[in-house]
Design a protein around this ligand. Structure first.
Ligand code: G1P
Length: 297
């Protein structure tokens, strides 16, 4: 059976307090790795996975995000006149077709589950993807595309997953593994941010999901879970209790936690070193800085 997923939700309503003061006036999704904002990485990944409808769950102060995806005719003209064709092409990849993006507002910060629920009418009766822009994944084949391929075989619900150090379980949704088939695991439970000693495993959920629309009903019924927020994890756990299939997918690629400063800096270094135009100079600089640090110790 062919299963096609063409809608994706991007929960981008978060305040981004970890990046204050920068996020006082710009959405954290506009913060750049080298020269592309985080949101662009997420959109590109979604596109390559076959997503055609992009649903942004936003909040107050996220106007810059909406502008980012508009055509910029004046800028394009200036680049054209100056003969900067390469830049022009780069710029065009950020334009989105009219009607491809929809915005819904999350009026109050009530958690990831609530943000996803805000998009229920746009999702309607179709399976959909969720991408968390904080999780940037460098991979030969984009993570969501890997998942779509697996999902076309399994159906059900699917979350990206990877092993984390046991002392880090309190930062993630954690899978209770029913059956481990290697790349794919069948989950028999899911817990949001358990302490090390309560965690059913160290398999963490990373911010890529493919979900059935029934999740929206579970979210609707959910009372406040962990931390007084409505958790997506709890709605997925409820699916499992209702007898639905939930799979964890061990993706191939390197994930960066761009919701943290350290992770963001690591991603910056990795992406800069992956760029032909920057690699040599930047690698030299890093080597120099490391030597200076060592000498100072
Ligand atoms: C969210 C989810 C969590 C997941 C994580 C992945 O948490 O609630 O289940 O493991 O994203 O990055 P957050 O990082 O937003 O606190």
């Amino acid at each position: 059976m062919k299963r096609k997923v063409t809608k994706a939700i991007f929960p981008v309503a978060g305040l981004g307090t970890r990046f204050l003061p920068a996020t006082k006036s710009i959405p954290k999704e506009i913060l750049t790795l080298v020269d592309r904002p985080l949101i662009q990485y997420a959109i590109d990944e979604a596109r390559s996975a076959g997503i055609r409808e992009f649903i942004f769950v936003t909040s107050r102060g996220k106007g810059a995000l909406e502008d980012y995806f508009d055509d910029a005719p004046e800028l394009e003209n200036a680049l054209r006149k100056a003969g900067k064709t390469e830049l022009l092409e780069t710029l065009k990849t950020t334009n989105m077709d009219s009607g491809a993006i929809a915005y819904v507002r999350q009026n109050r910060p009530m958690g990831l589950g609530h943000a996803v629920w805000c998009a229920r009418r746009l999702v309607a009766n179709e399976a959909f993807a969720v991408i968390l822009t904080d999780d940037v994944i460098a991979a030969e084949k984009p993570c969501l595309q890997q998942m779509m391929e697996a999902y076309s075989e399994t159906g059900g619900n699917m979350v990206a997953t990877m092993e984390v150090p046991p002392e880090k379980t309190a930062s993630y949704g954690i899978l209770d593994v029913g059956e481990d088939m290697g790349t794919i695991v069948r989950a028999k439970g899911m817990v949001e941010k358990p302490a090390k000693d309560d965690a059913p495993s160290n398999l963490a959920v990373i911010g890529r999901y493919i979900l059935t629309p029934k999740i929206m009903q579970n979210l609707h019924r959910l009372k406040a879970g962990t931390g007084g927020e409505i958790q997506l994890t709890d709605a997925i756990a409820e699916e499992i209790r209702q007898g639905e299939s939930v799979y964890g997918f061990r993706f191939r690629g390197q994930r960066f936690d761009c919701g943290s400063k350290a992770g963001f800096l690591q991603a910056t270094v990795a992406f800069a070193l992956a760029r032909e135009d920057l690699r040599d100079e930047f690698a030299q600089y890093l080597a120099h800085m490391t030597a200076v640090q060592k000498a100072a110790e």
